[in-house]
Design a protein around this ligand. Sequence first.
Ligand code: DGL
Length: 205
Amino acid sequence: MRIGLFDSGVGGLTVMAACKRLLPRASYVYMDDASDAPYGEKSDEEIISAADRCVSALLGAGCGIIVIACNTATAVAAPFLRAKYTDVPVIGLEPAVAPALAAERGKVLLLATPATVRHKSYPPRVIVGAERTLASDVERAYGCPSALHALARRTLAKYRGYSAVVTGCSHYAHLSPYIHCRVYDGADGVARRLLAIISGKAAPL
Ligand code: DGL
């Protein structure tokens, strides 16, 4: 079964890497929707149309499972996609806030795009960092460790009083090696869900 993933850029590659760790022999098609990037500052309607175009292209390429390798598109477009494409499992990427809160005693810093956080409210132990340009900054810095390191340092310097970071945008997972506290990411959860669906142990959402 061919697995189709999409994101507005290089962010979703971190999700595909997590999927490949659990399912190395599966066949993957990755769609980098650069023409609609960045998703995070767009309206719901724009994000839904972009996500819809991606899913339709991936289905056209023969994919039988869709992974939304993007927190923003999941937060905004997953209900629409699941209602429209009822014949294919559509797996979304959620920020790992619940596991972080369960494991940490102090506050956790959730970094995400404005579009992702406007759809949810969070408990007081979550410091919400809505980052306007960070996904585009990561896109430019991708492949350059010193630029990614500087970006992580500059971003985290704006926040205080947290013991862990939740990367609530798949682009930000590229900063994880440069974050010097515990980091919680949703990509492994996506990979586990994919494995469960493929092996028949979970019903599609
Ligand atoms: N990588 C995406 C996410 O997980 C989208 C970032 C963007 O295009 O703004 O939210």
